[in-house]
Ligand binder design. Structure first.
Ligand code: ADP
Ligand code: MG
Length: 446
């Protein structure tokens, strides 16, 4: 009888939250939870992994207490059991046998344009290019790992895939995988959900070469960092090649000391901003590839005005291509200046990010008012948005915590620190929140 009643309340809870989250979120995080047992004193839930448990508690603590039996503290009295590893192996084992990829069917997703041949060398990238060629020629035998860091749009992904292409061409049997850190994390989440995590681990740990793009996305994602680190160590210990790219050197990444130390084991190479001549050579190479003839003088003119991002140089060429088709005249400096003026970089310092700017962006994404963010309201939506703003202020503004706190209408710096900690933790497990925070961050940076 009791059992039946509580079962209904769990079901009621599910029905209630179903209306409050997206169907994807529900399917991913709530549907996999199984009610194991219930008494008037407690509810026992089986979760496929710790992430699901944390997700449930972080997002629905209060609602759970409304529906399920509670403890004296007022919290829902839930005992979690993690679906046993035993079971996972049982269900996963037969599948592995059949579907573990053979080396010949290894599918690597490499951008076909990102080859060594298409990579223009100059003083700023010669060193890192030759390290890449070294690694590609003798995977696992020279620098391991090779860690490539540098600013946005400077060719890190290009070189990473270049290594992949070169190895593929010279030895098709080598098991190689190129992934972004985001994709790696998504892979873990998917496989945890499908109870195929052991299979995934085996897949990655069985590779000969692992190319990992944008490791900075592993920051603040503790649980995933550990899994990555384990994969990393397994591969390195077998002399399997690892190449990593990042927007910062290892020491500046907010990762565990263990992880940072591992990444510094091999060679850390910096990808610099190409100098004027190299930029001109890149413009020439890319425009010829697209059938556009840009006179040297014009190429210099463009290279002088777009100087710290090769991707933007490409954007400029794309624009010129589009226009030259319409214009049917020679490109002159005047025309180029008119077409590209808004892309030209001024040497003015970067706009400073302000608390006001952050508040505005947070208010827009979370659909609250700036005044509410600065106020005292404890309404759940407002409080959360306020904490996100505090988190971003601490992350993005290079100023003392005290000063930042004052800009939030006189909050204390411990409130700010508390908010920062809470949001840092939450974005590791709450996918929706993480996306929202990312969206705000992009708005602020753009
Ligand atoms: P990152 O990963 O560092 O942000 P990408 O590798 O995505 O940058 O490079 C951005 C674009 O610029 C790509 O289309 C790439 O082909 C091009 N690019 C960057 N550096 C070079 C280079 N040295 N030679 C040729 N193309 C380059
Ligand atoms: Mg990249």
């Amino acid at each position: 009888m009791q059992d039946c009643e509580t079962k209904t309340s769990w079901t009621q809870f599910l029905e209630f939250v179903q209306t409050r989250c997206s169907s994807a979120e529900y399917e991913n995080w709530l549907a996999p939870i199984r009610l194991v047992q219930s008494t008037p004193d407690e509810t026992v839930l089986e979760v496929p992994n710790i992430f699901v448990q944390e997700y449930l508690l972080d997002n629905f603590k209060e609602i759970l207490a409304d529906f399920l039996p509670t403890r004296n503290s007022g919290e829902a009295a839930i005992t979690f059991v993690i679906a046993s590893a035993q079971k996972k192996v049982e269900t996963a084992a037969p599948v592995i046998e059949i579907s573990e990829p053979e080396s010949s069917v290894f599918e690597v997703k490499l951008n076909q344009h990102y080859t060594f041949d298409n990579f223009i060398e100059g003083p700023s990238n010669q060193f890192v290019k030759s390290a890449a060629v070294g690694v590609a020629s003798r995977p696992g035998k020279t620098y391991n790992p090779l860690f490539i860091h540098g600013g946005v749009g400077l060719g890190k992904t290009h070189l990473l895939h270049g290594i992949g292409h070169y190895i593929r061409e010279h030895n098709r049997k080598v098991k190689i995988q190129a992934i972004t850190t985001e994709a790696f994390i998504n892979d873990i989440v998917d496989n945890l959900r499908n109870k195929s995590i052991d299979k995934m681990k085996r897949y990655y740990r069985n590779l000969d070469v692992l190319l990992v793009d944008d490791i900075q996305f592993l920051q603040n994602r503790l649980n995933f960092e550990e899994e990555f680190c384990n994969t990393f160590e397994t591969l390195i210990n077998q002399n399997k090649q690892i190449v990593i790219t990042s927007d910062k050197p290892p020491s500046q990444l907010k990762l565990s000391e263990r992880m940072i130390a591992r990444m510094e084991w091999g060679l850390v190479a910096h990808m610099g901003i190409p100098d004027l001549e190299t930029r001109v050579a890149i413009i020439k190479h890319k425009s010829e590839g697209r059938g556009l003839n840009i006179p040297s003088q014009i190429a210099f003119f463009i290279a002088e005005h777009i100087y710290n991002n090769v991707r933007q140089l490409e954007g400029a060429i794309n624009r010129l291509c589009a226009h030259s088709r319409l214009l049917a005249t020679e490109l002159s400096q005047d025309i180029v200046e008119r077409i590209l003026s808004e892309m030209f970089q001024s040497s003015a310092p970067q706009r400073k990010i302000s608390v006001e700017g952050i508040l505005k962006s947070v208010a827009a994404v979370f659909e609250v008012r700036v005044s509410e963010l600065k106020g005292e309201s404890r309404l759940k939506e407002i409080a959360l948005a306020r904490q996100v703003a505090m988190y971003l202020a601490k992350e993005m503004i290079d100023d003392s915590l005290m000063k930042i706190a004052v800009s939030f209408g006189g909050k204390t710096h411990s409130t700010l620190l508390h908010a920062w900690k809470k949001i840092s933790d939450q974005i590791q497990i709450n996918e929706m929140l993480r996306r929202q925070v990312q969206m705000v961050r992009r708005n602020i940076e753009s």
